[in-house]
Design a protein. Structure first.
Length: 450
């Protein structure tokens, strides 16, 4: 059987989709190649959130068409994911060497389409149509990395987005929201725990919108909180996380769940995008600065140690210096543990792309650096405050930067590196924090309790 190599661009949703496609192909007899140089199939799972991500994937495919096809003309080349969904057949028109274009609701058919190509039944395949039930097809997992079992896993609970933020192309590439059933999700979680998984992250474009149209509130609890409760009951599961939510979905029932459900870790990635009410309205975000600050206050009232991270966009059309200063002041007021900062990138067919007051690129760059400096300064101080304290970590495996050391993650989602060994993998244990680096903590192995 052929070998396959999948390169992923973009978010955790894309990473999860790539893993599901890889697992599906392995189940059909394909092998996973270590790199593109030795693969019979090369798939690029693409992102459309920013133009840079699209151009990077297009440039990569252009290089593959020249470098790989020159020596191995029978290699199958394909695009998957959001850019594939958005551009469809346009990709093959631009890059004739591409054999497969697979949309976001067709991942589960990758194996069948590759079979068609290898058998000669079809030469070029473009499949980007909607498919009912596709939200329940991202189930396969590859849990054995480098010969070791994974102790964490992502579980996709829904597809699509109904928010239609004016800057975002996702509703057009992922479609409308479609949620899986609670029973189906819980069954997948049980299977994962049976295979050694200790921590599950519930994954969706906006997870707090889960089941809104399908499941009514019950005893004052939203469908999403009902799902968390059901997953929380899975025997053997140690931790539950979720990403990404929307501030509009942070009702009191979800805030209260943090204090009531011990497996739900005290960590919240809560994208805010801007500190300016004027820009939040232009972005169609559906909340105000005051509402956002109220959510943070409630979360920290439940647990002062809750880890809070966020997303920002700088240079949104019409952003003035006053708007940007409001974002800086929000950073100082909230004191985020970490933030992901993106320079606004116009996406075709989105309302913001046609808005007046497009911000010049040099000004975007300058504001990006100023915001990054503020976030880093506050983050470094918050990490430094943890030195001398004891943290509970789940050990995931060797550190990515130093394979001779082990790494784990605190409940509030901070990475801790320590001198451990393979026997610690999968254990929950206490480590004393001795040093803080750049968004990394270093633990003292002398008090490792396993």
């Amino acid at each position: 059987m052929p070998s396959v190599f999948i390169k992923t661009y973009g978010c955790q949703m894309n990473e999860r989709d790539s893993e599901a496609v890889a697992a599906q192909l392995v189940a059909k007899g394909y092998t996973l190649a270590r790199g593109e140089a030795e693969a019979d199939v090369i798939l690029l799972n693409t992102c459309s959130v920013r133009d840079y991500a699209e151009q990077k994937a297009l440039g990569k495919m252009e290089n593959l068409a020249v470098e790989v096809r020159r020596n191995r003309p029978n290699v199958v080349l394909g695009f998957m994911g959001c850019m594939a969904q958005s551009r469809g057949g346009e990709l093959i028109a631009r890059l004739p060497d591409v054999d497969l274009v697979l949309g976001t609701q067709k991942f589960h058919r990758a194996g069948d389409y590759l079979d068609d190509i290898f058998s000669g039944r079809r030469e070029k395949i473009v499949e980007v149509g909607a498919e009912q039930g596709s939200e329940a097809t991202i189930r396969e997992h590859l849990l054995n990395g480098n010969g070791h079992k994974s102790v964490t896993a992502f579980v996709s609970i829904m597809q699509g987005c109904n928010q239609y933020c004016t800057f975002c192309i996702v509703p057009y590439t992922r479609g409308e929201e479609r949620s899986r059933t609670i029973a189906d999700i819980v069954m997948e979680c049980r299977e994962l725990v049976g295979r050694g998984v200790k921590e599950i992250t519930l994954l969706g474009q906006i997870v707090t919108s889960y089941g809104k149209r399908e499941l009514p509130n019950k005893d004052g609890k939203s469908a999403f909180v009902q799902l968390i409760e059901a997953v929380h009951e899975v025997e053997g599961l140690q931790r539950v996380r979720f990403t990404s939510p929307h501030p509009k979905g942070y009702g009191d029932d979800l805030v209260e769940a943090y204090g009531r459900l011990p497996k739900l870790v005290e960590s919240a990635h809560l994208p805010v995008q801007s500190g300016s009410d004027r820009l939040l309205k232009l972005m169609h975000r559906g909340y105000t600065r005051e509402r956002y600050l109220g959510i943070i206050e409630k979360l920290r009232r439940v647990n002062p140690d809750t880890g809070v991270s966020t997303d920002f966009i700088v240079g949104f059309p019409g952003e003035t210096e006053a708007d940007f200063e409001e974002t800086l002041s929000l950073v100082r007021e909230v004191e985020f543990d970490q933030a992901y900062i993106f320079k606004y990138s116009p996406r075709r067919d989105t309302p913001a792309a046609a808005m007046p007051g497009q911000v010049p690129q040099p000004l975007k760059e300058e504001r990006n650096q100023r915001l990054l400096a503020a976030v880093n300064e506050i983050g470094a101080r918050r990490y430094q405050n943890l030195v001398g304290r004891t943290a509970e970590i789940l050990v995931e495996g060797p550190s990515k930067k130093n394979a001779a050391r082990m790494m784990g993650r605190t409940r509030c989602n901070k990475i801790v590196v320590f001198d451990g060994s393979e026997r610690h993998r999968g254990h929950i244990m206490d480590v004393r924090i001795e040093k803080a680096g750049s968004f990394t903590l270093y633990g003292d192995p002398a008090i490792v309790n396993v």
